[in-house]
Design a protein. Structure first.
Length: 480
């Protein structure tokens, strides 16, 4: 038996009737001070004949999710299960070869399999390997889950596997939401189911918000912590274990993972870091490609755009485009706004760049809302371009702005829902109500602590809103 055969056999103890007691990911999960159940864990249906994808940033826990899915299969008596990480593979033919070899080594290989191909998009032209395996009949009856830490390959149409996916879907695992952070890091138990944003304007939403308001003190404290810690499992574990913020070592690991993706694309990590820093100084405002290019030390706005798209595809940045009320569409030629896709990214420039600017507090609140809305209302896998199903912003001709306009999940034909983020200043709140009333039929205002529910324009504390917001793990792949 050669080396690879030995490795395959040793990596699959359940083929011999053993469990996963020694699996490093599950042991690390069990020893961790936090235990998080990401939405994708229960959302992915492991049906035979289906091929699913699971994407998300590095260190968001995708591999642990996959290992927990495998353990669930083993616990119910399945043994024809294959797992392999392809992050070091160089040729697409390694995909069908590894699957074929696994089926030869299993003591009872006949019958459908559950195949988990981790970091499969690291393989150049990986979709060719998946197609070969399917077309040869090797995997056509199996359940397949493909994971990836980037969506860069979508530009090449790599997810187009016509007739080879059954009823498979595309799923997103981001770091934990504020609601999950409250449960995992603060021990808060929620009595109500989470809601779509527009459902806060219903009687159900009023009741849920009222109950959440009764816990305002603990939710507000958790919100302040979440803005510093974010939702990556390692960062939350740091915080829970030490009652402090995220360690420098953990921040460095996050940056190293992101810088690795940047380097693999042939771009400069230092320039990407400068873009992350520039986003911090523009939170809540638009950022032109020219301004981004200057901050990065480039002359070409096109280069800045390429970097921004790469960081969006690596799940580090979130791009918001202007919403045209007349055309009912996002406008790519208007200036766009950028946010970090997890609060912890706000801390990386300060670690790496001497004298990096501290983001404004109001901007950080707006950033956290943007993350929550992307989880809840965006229907697309990523937001790098002005694409259908993405969230946007609106600004009038006299510079009155609505921070977010989002698709309504429960009533997609009812028009977009406007959401404005304000503090507790009465003048600012009144101005936000006027802007929403003039241009939209209803909407939400998110304050620091004011609660004033109305069926048309409700004002909710931001921590209350995010604590009650539902996440959508299943997404559409939209290329624009």
């Amino acid at each position: 038996m050669d080396n690879f055969e030995t490795l395959l056999t040793e990596a699959h103890p359940w083929w011999r009737g053993d469990g996963m007691a020694q699996d490093p990911h599950l042991r690390r999960f069990e020893r961790s001070p936090i235990h998080w159940n990401p939405p994708a864990l229960t959302a992915i249906p492991l049906r035979l004949g289906d091929t699913h994808t699971l994407r998300g940033p590095r260190q968001a826990g995708k591999t642990t999710t996959v290992k927990r899915l495998i353990k669930g299969l083993i616990d119910r008596g399945e043994t024809r299960i294959f797992y392999h990480s392809f992050d070091l593979a160089a040729e697409p033919n390694v995909i069908p070869e590894a699957i074929r070899l696994a089926k030869q080594l299993h003591p009872a290989p006949q019958g459908p399999w559950y195949l988990f191909l981790d970091e499969v998009t690291s393989v150049p032209d990986w979709q060719l390997g998946v197609k070969v395996a399917w077309d040869s009949g090797l995997t056509s009856d199996d359940s397949i889950v493909l994971t990836a830490s980037s969506a860069h390959d979508l530009k090449r149409g790599a997810e187009r596997l016509p007739g080879r996916r059954g009823k498979g879907g595309d799923y997103l695992q981001l770091p934990m939401s504020f609601r999950d952070f409250c449960t995992v890091a603060a021990g808060i138990v929620f009595d109500d189911d989470a809601l779509a944003a527009e459902e806060f304007l219903t009687s159900q939403g009023e009741k849920a918000a009222t109950r959440l308001v009764s816990h305002s003190r603990v939710l507000t404290a958790a919100f302040d912590r979440y803005q510093s810690v974010g939702g990556f499992p390692a960062a939350v574990a740091d915080h829970v274990a030490s009652a402090e913020a995220v360690s420098a070592e953990t921040l460095q690991a996050f940056w190293d993972a992101l810088a690795g993706d940047v380097s693999k694309s042939g771009r400069n990590p230092a320039a990407a870091l400068k873009l992350l820093d520039a986003v911090g100084s523009s939170l809540g405002s638009t950022l032109s490609w020219q301004s981004a290019a200057r901050a990065m030390g480039f002359e070409s706005p096109t280069t800045a755009r390429e970097y921004a798209e790469l960081l969006s595809e690596s799940f580090a940045l979130l791009a918001l485009y202007y919403w045209d009320l007349n055309g009912q569409s996002l406008e790519p030629n208007k200036q766009r706004k950028f946010y970090w896709l997890d609060p912890v990214f706000a801390r990386i420039p300060g670690l790496m760049i001497p004298g990096a600017r501290t983001p404004p507090a109001d901007g950080l609140v707006e950033n956290t809302v943007a993350i929550g809305l992307f989880r809840s209302a965006a229907q697309t896998l990523i937001q790098a371009n002005a694409i259908p199903g993405a969230i946007g912003y609106w600004r009038s001709s006299n510079d009155r702005e609505i921070d977010f306009v989002i698709p309504r999940i429960t009533a997609p034909d009812a028009g977009r829902l406007p959401i404005e983020v304000k503090g507790d200043n009465s003048t600012g709140l009144a101005g936000a109500r006027q802007s929403i009333r003039q241009r939209f039929s209803n909407g939400l205002i998110l304050s620091r602590s004011i609660f004033n529910w109305r069926a048309d324009i409700a004002t909710l504390p931001v921590a209350i809103f995010l604590a009650g917001l539902r996440e959508q793990p299943k997404r559409a792949i939209t290329l624009g």
